[in-house]
Write a protein that binds this ligand. Structure first.
Ligand code: PMP
Length: 354
């Protein structure tokens, strides 16, 4: 019943068909309780079990040790832009930021309200169409913040920079898409609505020893330690988004985990980039292959007059969400974990016959 269309939207985005089926069933009757998941207490044993399984799956999929807390929060990745700085950066300290797009720029703007910000590198000069290389990172920084995958501009860090300071990474549009060197990170955060689940929950994985060091008074809800102490249930957590995220993580595990996702994603991205590079009607917006995102593939028509006819041809073939972000134009195909290769092939077929 699901997967009627090939869904290339950037987020909220495609979810695995079996996950949607299980979520729909839980809305009718959750675990034979005779109640919908939408109407049960977040303190019921049934939901506490969901929360525990969700945390265990994050730990298992990404290899997250007990040095880190795994939190399910609200407020979106946009709130993490300031919550991360409030919790990790004093007024008299400096954090490094790498500016690779609109989301990085927003994180920089928010952090400046709480401490010193040293922008270590920026690709703004190229309309963010590359990832800066060989970035000089001084010592003495509290942390180095980066946007691992730039949803709008179609770029992604293939490797994470070497630093003395822990990395703080916005992984909203790539979480669970590849294996991670966890030892490099102090904090990872991600809005769920691309690779993890539906909108409404934000994942934070935070190294516990970095907390409790800032001098300012933190509002209770914005202090990571509050949510650690109460296992993400200090207040009512987003029950349904957490449930659907848990189902999605179960699905990732059943596919072979993030290692299998990594192969599947590289394979799909290659299929699409090969066609973009081969087809004389299209051009990739990210010329440097090492900077290309495996999640959000951005390209443009060589002849601007082809833009609307191509989008029409996509629609006619059931390929939706291919229009680029309004700040970039052109086309963007988001091909997250749950996007099957057959859907990418459907888009490639439209390009070939266009
Ligand atoms: N960071 C990145 C990389 C994003 O793609 C987005 C958009 N979903 C955000 C942050 C903002 O996320 P949210 O809407 O959850 O605040």
């Amino acid at each position: 019943p699901y997967m009627k269309k090939h869904n290339f939207f950037a987020g909220p985005a495609i979810l695995p068909a079996p996950v949607l089926e299980q979520a729909a069933a839980a809305v009718s009757d959750f675990e034979g309780m005779g109640l919908s998941i939408l109407e049960i207490s977040h303190r019921s044993p049934q939901f506490v079990a969901v929360l525990n399984e969700a945390e265990a799956l994050v730990r298992e999929l990404l290899g997250v040790s007990d040095d880190f807390a795994v939190l399910f929060l609200t407020g979106g990745a946009s709130s993490q832009f300031f919550v991360s700085a409030m919790n990790l950066l004093n007024e008299d300290q400096t954090a490094g930021y790498i500016d690779t797009g609109a989301w990085s720029a927003k994180a920089i703007k928010e952090a400046k309200n709480f401490g010193g910000v040293n922008v270590l590198a920026s690709s703004k000069d190229g309309n963010y169409n590359y990832i800066p290389e060989n970035i000089e990172i001084p010592s003495g920084l509290q942390y180095v913040h980066l946007t691992a995958n730039n949803t709008i501009f179609g770029t992604q860090f293939a490797e994470f920079p070497e630093t003395d300071a822990p990395l703080v990474a916005d992984m909203s549009s790539e979480i669970f898409s590849r294996r991670l060197p966890m030892e490099k990170f102090g904090l990872i955060y991600a809005g769920a609505q691309k690779n993890m689940g539906p909108a409404g929950v934000t994942l934070a994985i935070v190294r516990k020893d970095l907390l409790g060091k800032v001098k300012r008074t933190l509002p209770t809800m914005l202090d990571y330690r509050t949510h650690i102490a109460k296992q993400s249930s200090f207040n009512t957590p987003p029950v349904f988004p957490i449930y659907v995220s848990m189902l999605t993580m179960r699905w990732v595990k059943a596919q072979g985990g993030v290692e299998a996702m990594e192969k599947h994603n590289a394979d799909k991205a290659q299929l699409l980039y090969d066609e973009i590079d081969r087809n004389p009607k299209f051009r990739g917006t990210v010329a440097n292959k090492a900077s290309r995102s495996l999640m959000n593939v951005t390209f443009e028509p060589v002849d601007e007059a082809d833009a609307q006819p191509f989008l029409d041809a996509c629609e006619a073939a059931g390929c939706v969400g291919v229009k680029g972000h309004r700040s970039v134009g052109g086309f963007r195909a988001s091909i997250y974990n749950s996007m099957p290769k057959s859907s990418v092939q459907a888009l490639v077929d439209v390009m070939k016959s266009f």
